[in-house]
Design a protein around this ligand. Structure first.
Ligand code: BGC
Length: 743
């Protein structure tokens, strides 16, 4: 039997032993945590550096989240999660630090490549899939960064000022979905503050919401270096501080328990959670043998990459190209691919496919770099050479994108533009060859202005991981059809983005002033044109939608989708809900469900969505919870947030009327099914005779009844208000009242 742990030992267990290890103690093993989320970054212990970023063991580099999310394919994401889980097991890693489900509030966030979407449902569903995959392999996930970590500027100190409704509807649901569906082994708190309180010390967030409301059973770990003061963090619900060792933290905890300011039971709870995590890791079965998965995982990385690309434009069906054509491949990225973003997620790939080599295997190719990455060259000469190559080719595949230094963990971008030399290159090449396809490489959204209209085809490939090069070749030659859809809007101008005036904030405070109107929720509500809307993406065939059926009060929606083109393809069927303008300001439409289907030409499929009340709910602070306002809800089946194929409505009943009091507003008395008619009758002719009683009362509708009664002359008309209240709030009297009314 192991002896009881001392206070010092217990305190030490709640802090890491090193960059990636937990503390070992009598009866407790140490386990290893390592970065994800799009591959394993297992740093060799002897190579740990002061930022934990140095050389790691090669691992499969899958497409980062920005790409993977464009697949809208949870089954695929689950397989990627499982593969990363297998590699983690191979390397003796117990917990992989991912996925990141933060919302892309601004296209400028330097870490957008690591996050899924601007939409919480899509982010949540893909997060669920990733965690399900990894944890199916006996490896724990670490859902991050909890919460409201939507920028890199001042990420360690900035306070995200977000109202509760916006938190509940936009910034928390992806976490909630993953926690309630999959119970990730760990949740990682973010660096920032939320409404003034550091995430690491946020009791409401880490305990009241996460555990008490959502039922989280795992362990809360800090982001690396997110803890300022250990005792308040422990009390808030932060179980494990990383990295360690931190003798200060241990001493702080010990002193606080000794002087009685920290209940030892709080420490015991955290220790028990570390122990539970270690125990979970210990029961991992049958280790996978090293190296056995490399080839399979590369193939999976390629499959994932083919589904991560979004064909934005394809005028005159330029794509797919015939393999017999002579192809000009232009752009350094074709030869030197950028496969992932910079920072803690950067893995060392097991191999890298280049598009140039993969395309050359399928067609006769001539290459010109077009621009230089890194070193400064003569841009004009590079463009002139590219133009010559473009002129004599049947078609041009023109690779452009963001240089690696433009986006990274740790800082945000300041604009959306491609490097100016690349914009000049696009114009010059398009002028000599009208069959030019622009192929974009970027983690965060880039502007397609002012060059978009110059080229007939644009393929957004995001960052595609180690097999992106061969995946691009497969897509442009139609070996596989492109099938990605945008998981974020591409605006016409940076200034159109709703967060623009409040990003990245000032003096360590960022106000989420746009509220719930993030991304397409804003663009669609105010009618702001975008270059390409959320959900958009083309393929090599077309789909028709028919027979929309809305049943069971909107709980079941069905539609038939038919492939009416010549080729097989995948469609992402999107369902949007537009709520009535009740007491809350609501977006014009919000993603309520989606399903990706694959169809052979000529084939049809009935797609059935099961929707719960939540799909129709908004967070109402007056109710302190989710609420469905009564009224007509628009249900739209769409190809994107802007391209609606079919629409119908469902009328939903609102909640039962609330108890009336003297503090209730006149409007609530008027809307109340019992007092409304009585009041209307009683006041008929007495208030604003010329405008009619309803309009007359509208003027004072927002007044609490108590206030209205204080107005001289008005109070008299409401003498029987006590009786009214009793009638409204008491069922027995209500029964009598309605019987009397009927007479
Ligand atoms: C990042 C986390 C990462 C951790 C460990 C932090 O800087 O924000 O996402 O998991 O470092 O590398």
């Amino acid at each position: 039997m192991t002896r009881e742990l001392t206070l010092e030992e217990k305190a030490a267990i709640t802090v890491g032993a090193g960059y990636w290890r937990t503390v070992a103690a009598p009866g407790l093993e140490s386990i290893v945590l390592a970065d994800g989320p799009h591959g394993l970054r297992r740093q060799q212990e002897e190579r740990e550096d002061h930022l934990g970023l140095g050389g790691s063991i090669p691992a499969t580099c899958f497409p980062p989240a920005a790409g993977l999310a464009s697949s809208w394919n949870p089954a695929l994401v689950q397989r990627v999660g499982a593969a990363i889980g297998d590699e983690a097991r191979e390397q003796g890693v117990a917990v992989v630090l991912g996925p990141g489900v933060n919302i892309k509030r601004s296209p400028l966030c330097g870490r957008n490549f690591e996050y899924f979407s601007e939409d919480p449902l899509l982010s949540g569903e893909l997060g669920v899939a990733w965690v399900r995959g990894a944890q199916s392999r006996g490896i724990g996930a670490s859902l991050k960064h909890f919460a409201a970590n939507n920028q890199e500027t001042d990420r360690m100190t900035v306070s995200a000022e977000v109202d509760e409704r916006t938190l509940r509807e936009i910034y928390l649901p992806a976490f909630e979905r993953v926690v309630t569906a999959e119970q990730p082994w760990t949740v990682m708190c973010s660096y920032n503050r939320i409404n003034g309180i550091p995430a690491a010390e946020h009791h409401w967030l880490l305990t009241e919401v996460l555990r008490d409301e959502w039922g989280f059973e795992g362990l809360v770990v800090s982001d690396w270096g997110a803890v300022d003061t250990r005792v308040p963090a422990l009390e808030a619900g932060l179980d494990l501080e990383m990295p360690g060792p931190q003798s200060d933290s241990v001493a702080e905890i010990v002193a606080a328990v000794r002087d009685g300011s920290l209940a030892e039971s709080v420490l015991d709870t955290a220790v028990a959670r570390v122990r539970a995590l270690v125990d979970r890791a210990a029961v991992r079965r049958d280790p996978v043998s090293a190296g056995s998965t490399t080839a399979q995982h590369h193939a999976l990385a390629r499959e994932a990459a083919t589904q991560s690309m979004v064909l934005l434009r394809n005028e005159g069906d330029l794509l797919p190209l015939e393999t017999a054509q002579s192809i000009a491949v232009i752009g350094e990225f074709a030869r030197t691919p950028r496969i992932q973003g910079a920072g803690s997620s950067q893995v060392i790939p097991t191999r890298v496919d280049t598009a140039l080599e993969a395309i050359a295997e399928l067609a006769p190719v001539e290459f010109a770099p077009g621009y230089a990455l890194g070193r400064h060259d003569d841009a004009d000469a590079l463009i002139a050479e590219a133009v010559e190559v473009a002129e004599r080719a049947d078609a041009v595949l023109l690779f452009v994108g963001l240089p690696a230094g433009d986006e990274s963990e740790g800082y945000d971008r300041t604009h959306l533009d491609l490097p100016s030399a690349q914009v000049l290159l696009i114009a010059a090449v398009a002028a000599v060859n009208p069959r030019t396809v622009v192929i974009l490489t970027n983690g965060g959204v880039v502007s397609l202005e002012p060059w978009h209209d110059l080229v007939p085809a644009v393929l957004e490939t995001w960052l595609l991981g180690q097999a992106g090069g061969s995946a691009i070749a497969e897509v442009v030659f139609g070996v596989v059809a492109p099938c990605g859809r945008l998981a974020e809007s591409i605006p016409l101008r940076l200034e159109d983005n709703p967060s623009h005036l409040n990003f990245p904030g000032e003096r360590d405070v960022v106000r989420y002033g746009e509220g719930v109107f993030v991304g397409y929720r804003h663009y669609e509500t105010v009618g702001r044109a975008v270059r390409y809307p959320f959900g958009h993406g083309l393929t090599y065939t077309r789909f028709d939608y028919t027979d929309l059926e809305i049943a069971r009060d909107g709980a079941r929606v069905a539609v038939t989708v038919t492939n009416v083109g010549e080729r097989a393809g995948a469609e992402v069927v999107q369902l949007y809900v537009g709520a009535p303008r009740g007491p809350l300001a609501v977006p014009r439409r919000e993603l309520g469900a989606f399903e990706r289907i694959e169809l052979e030409p000529g084939r049809a499929q009935r797609v059935v969505f099961e929707l719960d009340r939540r799909a129709y709910s908004h967070w109402d602070v007056e109710f302190g919870g989710w609420n469905v306002a009564g009224g007509d809800y628009l249900i739209e089946i769409a190809r994107s947030a802007h391209d609606i194929a079919l629409a119908g409505t469902v009328t939903l009943r609102g909640p039962r009327p609330r108890r009336l009091t003297l503090d209730s507003r006149v409007s609530e008395y008027l809307e109340h099914p019992v007092t409304g008619p009585i009041l209307a009758r009683a006041t008929r002719g007495s208030v604003h005779e010329d405008t009619g009683h309803a309009d007359g009362l509208r003027m004072v509708a927002s007044m609490p009844m108590r206030r209205l009664m204080r107005f001289p002359g008005v109070g008299d008309g409401f003498r029987r208000i006590g009786l009214l209240l009793a009638v409204a709030n008491n069922r027995v009297i209500r029964g009598i009242a309605s019987a009397l009314r009927r007479r």
